[in-house]
Design a protein. Structure first.
Lengths: 329, 540
């Protein structure tokens, strides 16, 4: 049901994009106005969300420790799993950000012979990592449309990405990887019963939208080539604030662009904000130095406590009877 | 209410992981006997000044909530979103990848999809979206949002009291989303309209008044400790003193009240007393700070602070140099991650230095409280203890990492170091079930009551089965742990799933092996069980 709703949403988007492609006014809107609007919403929304999180205080240091603490000098601590200083925290965060450390731990469980058996389940980690890295490479590769002359590192990136020189134009490895990654994530969500059970419309929508962007991109590169010169002119027009209506870019390009703008606009209000949120997660980005350094809670409010005086007041006779010292005779 | 019979292990292990036909928002919550805890009593709530004290039970149709309960909850939610970055962030960034799903012992043991941490969080997240996000307000169910109804509130109660706040899910989450944090908020919100459980509220009320969860009064504490001292003298021939509320002691010792109340915790407590006597430590117990444990952690942040305040206050009153903490799980979550922030700074104490070895406990230099495993492993390392591990040869030991020392402190090697020096037969459980991946006893966070027995046995099943494996492979007959709740709950768990395995604290194991000055020849361990070889010798 949720999957169908997401499919319908993507279909509507596609049809709208087709409508846009055949209307001069609307395509002007798409290629000259929407890029700025979408980009503004994306950047503005992204910042808004980050600021909103950042403004909420971190009252307690609630690090999740996944390794030996720093305690006695002869006990080997685990700086990356239980960091006790800022450098170790950065190391831990880098592992999370670049290698998805926590996801790498993933296991699955099955009851075999009346007993739970844990198996390694690295597929989610592998395809998750594949997807995110290839997405990053693809985004960086796209910079060639926005920069003239193309800086050498973007060229090198493209060359490495197309290293195997399969087909003309060359098939990029990142393109293969992102299709594999997204397909895995999508099929997993669709076929694993407990995942289907927890999946919201937006979970499918995110994957379908990304798949849509990737598919239209691949179509343009390998099957219905868009005139890259015109695409570049358009992109440079955006950057120089002189957008010109593109010619000969094809219908697929319009769909591609509509999807991308939808993603940009939706991004800040969606779960995709985990991209920014991961940096702020208190269980990961705080050092396990709780007993070494005092952590301050900005709203630490006084509470009603039961003082020793009140305690002794109630039990004084009993304490004296038991031979326990008291403050007041 | 009559006790419910818990199904047999064979029936319980037949777990299906297939989710129901109906979507989760449309699947009603059924308060099945054996899977929920009695409501918090009006008396306790009144004593603590908490809202809406009344007589009610979870299966009742009418929960007797205040008329404006929805606005109370939503206002409470708003307040917490503003006060805790963790909460706001964890409401927003989950991608429902499902990595946490099968990491929860309650899900593994029950197959109920709402016990998957991701879905347990969605129970609250869906309400958050409906009232606090634009997309939720506008698109409702399409955006995963739903109204806050009485059924939703009941669902919260059922499932937030089926989470032991063990944080295993947060180890596996790629963003470190911690269900314990969400459960805590859920329980705080429920408490705002008077929905608590008695196995938490009564101990909290006791603890506030008498200093300990069991409500033991000063004379009682003294009697129990002296009883243990007598027992020690019987077993070892050594008379140990019981310093209590002693001004001018160097160290205040706090430990969970479970340690001096019931077996097998008492043997651990005897272990501390024997150790402190042997090294000549100038310490004191306190009747006012007679519980390091803190069931406030299972109630609200405010209650943590209310119950914890006595520890620094008592340390100050008695004029000690620093504080030593006994074996406990959730107590150490509070002491390590909350105490200094809430009730510090501990500037009236000194940076902890072991008076026996001179070791400076650098890692406790601000909070000035040392974990007993850190203290004891340092003693062993410095050669200050004479140990005869063969006195534990009748035991085949495995070790259960308690959730909080594992995932909130990273205390892994210290207890193992003690165990390795105190016995000759130590066997680790499977890799996926120990250290940061340790599995809960199933009865933490206030769920260790009898009416909730089926759920406890389900939640503890993964831990129990890991024990069963080492029992079959290595003949393990003793499960060591460093948590008072564990010592109580694991005992029932072992009886149910792995009969023949008993539970002990690490310092009981140590005390068995500890050679004391002036002791008589020991023929039994602290429990009076004959030592290997000794019984046979006597028979000759």
């Amino acid at each position: 049901m949720n999957l169908i709703a997401a499919l319908i949403a993507v279909l509507i988007l596609t049809l709208s994009a087709l409508g846009i492609a055949f209307s001069a006014t609307l395509s002007f809107l798409l290629t000259a106005i929407l890029p700025y609007a979408a980009f503004t919403v994306f950047i503005g929304g992204f910042i808004y969300r980050i600021v909103k999180w950042a403004k909420a205080p971190v009252p307690f240091r609630i690090t999740t420790t996944c390794g030996q603490q720093t305690s006695l000098p002869w006990i080997k601590n685990n700086p990356l799993e239980s960091p006790s200083n800022v450098w170790s925290v950065m190391g831990r965060m880098a592992l999370e950000l670049f290698l998805f450390r926590s996801l790498f731990r993933n296991t699955d469980v099955a009851i075999v012979g009346q007993r739970p058996v844990y198996g390694s389940a690295k597929w989610l980690w592998f395809f998750g990592l594949l997807f995110h890295w290839s997405l990053l490479i693809i985004v960086l590769r796209h910079l060639r449309f926005f920069i003239e002359p193309i800086t050498p590192w973007i060229k090198s990136l493209s060359t490495i990405d197309g290293f195997f020189e399969i087909g003309v134009p060359t098939l990029y490895l990142s393109d293969v990887a992102i299709v594999a990654g997204l397909t895995f994530l999508f099929l997993r969500r669709m076929t694993v019963p407990r995942l289907r059970y927890i999946s919201l419309v937006t979970d499918y929508f995110a994957l379908l939208l990304l798949l849509g962007i990737v598919t239209t991109g691949l179509l343009m590169r390998h099957f219905f080539p868009a005139d890259l010169l015109h695409v570049k002119n358009l992109a440079l027009g955006w950057v120089t604030f002189a957008p010109a209506a593109p010619k000969g870019v094809g219908t697929v390009f319009y769909i591609h662009l509509s999807f991308v703008f939808t993603l940009l606009v939706w991004f800040p209000s969606s779960k995709l904000m985990h991209m920014g949120g991961i940096f702020l997660s208190p269980t990961r980005n705080l050092a396990n130095d709780n007993r070494m350094k005092r952590h301050l809670n900005p709203w630490n409010a006084p509470v009603k406590v039961h003082t020793y005086e009140e305690y002794e007041e109630e039990f004084r006779d009993k304490m004296k009877l038991a031979g326990l010292p008291v403050e007041k005779e | 209410m009559a006790a419910v019979k818990t199904p047999k292990p064979d029936e319980l292990i037949a777990i299906r992981y297939a989710p129901p036909e109906t979507p989760w928002m449309e699947t009603p919550t059924v308060f099945r006997p054996g899977t929920w805890s009695y409501s918090g009593g009006a008396k306790s709530l009144t004593a603590l000044g908490l809202p809406n004290p009344r007589a009610w039970q979870p299966p009742d149709e009418d929960w007797k909530l205040p008329a404006n309960w929805q606005s109370i909850i939503l206002e409470g939610l708003r307040e917490r979103l503003e006060k805790y970055r963790s909460f706001r962030l964890f409401m927003d960034i989950c991608v429902r990848c499902g990595a946490c799903a099968d990491k929860c012992h309650f899900y593994i043991g029950s197959g109920d999809p709402k016990n998957m941490p991701v879905l347990r969080a969605e129970l609250l997240r869906s309400v958050y979206r409906r009232y606090f996000t634009e997309s939720g307000k506008r698109f409702g169910k399409l955006a995963g949002a739903r109204d806050l109804t009485i059924d939703v509130l009941k669902e919260w109660f059922y499932y937030f009291y089926q989470c032991t706040e063990c944080r295993r899910c947060s180890v596996f989450c790629p963003y470190g989303i911690d269900q314990a944090e969400i459960t805590t908020m859920g329980r705080e919100l429920l408490s705002l309209v008077g929905c608590n459980i008695n196995w938490v509220m009564e101990p909290v009320a006791n603890c506030f008044r008498t200093g300990n969860h069991l409500g033991i009064q000063p004379g009682g504490v003294k009697d129990m400790l002296e009883f243990m001292a007598d027992d020690i003298e019987d077993k070892t021939g050594v008379h140990v003193e019981v310093p209590l509320n002693k001004k001018g002691a160097e160290i205040l010792f706090v430990t969970p009240s479970g340690d001096y109340f019931a077996d097998p915790g008492t043997y651990t407590c005897m272990g501390y007393m024997m150790l402190f006597h042997e090294i000549g430590l100038n310490y004191t117990f306190s009747t006012y700070a007679s519980d390091g444990g803190n069931f406030g952690l299972f109630t609200s942040h405010e209650m943590i602070k209310r119950l914890n305040a006595k520890i620094y206050a008592e340390a100050k009153r008695l004029g000690v140099k620093w504080i030593l903490g006994g074996e406990c799980g959730h107590m150490w979550r509070v002491l390590h991650q909350y105490m200094d922030t809430m009730n510090g700074p501990a500037d009236f104490l000194q940076e902890p230095v072991s008076p026996i070895t001179g070791t400076r406990f650098e890692n406790a230099r601000a909070t000035r409280i040392v974990h007993i495993a850190e203290f004891t492993s340092d003693l062993i390392r410095s050669g200050k203890l004479k140990l005869d591990p063969s006195r534990n040869d009748h035991l085949r030991v495995t070790y259960h990492d308690s959730c909080n020392p594992a995932r909130a402190m990273g205390l892994f090697e210290e207890p193992r170091y003690i165990i390795r020096h105190a016995c000759n037969h130590f066997h680790e459980m499977a890799e996926d079930t120990i250290r940061e991946k340790t599995l809960c006893c199933g009865g933490g966070a206030g769920l260790g009551n009898d009416e909730n027995m089926e759920m406890r046995m389900r939640g503890g099943m993964p831990r129990a089965m890991a024990v069963k494996q080492v029992k079959e492979k290595h003949g393990v007959n003793r499960l060591a742990c460093m948590c008072a709740i564990d010592r109580a709950t694991l005992t029932s768990l072992m009886d149910y799933w792995v009969p023949g395995v008993t539970v002990m604290g690490v310092h009981e194991l140590l005390a068995n092996a500890l050679i004391m000055k002036g002791e008589k020849e020991r023929t039994t361990d602290l429990r009076g069980e004959p030592l290997e070889g000794k019984a046979a010798d006597e028979a000759l």
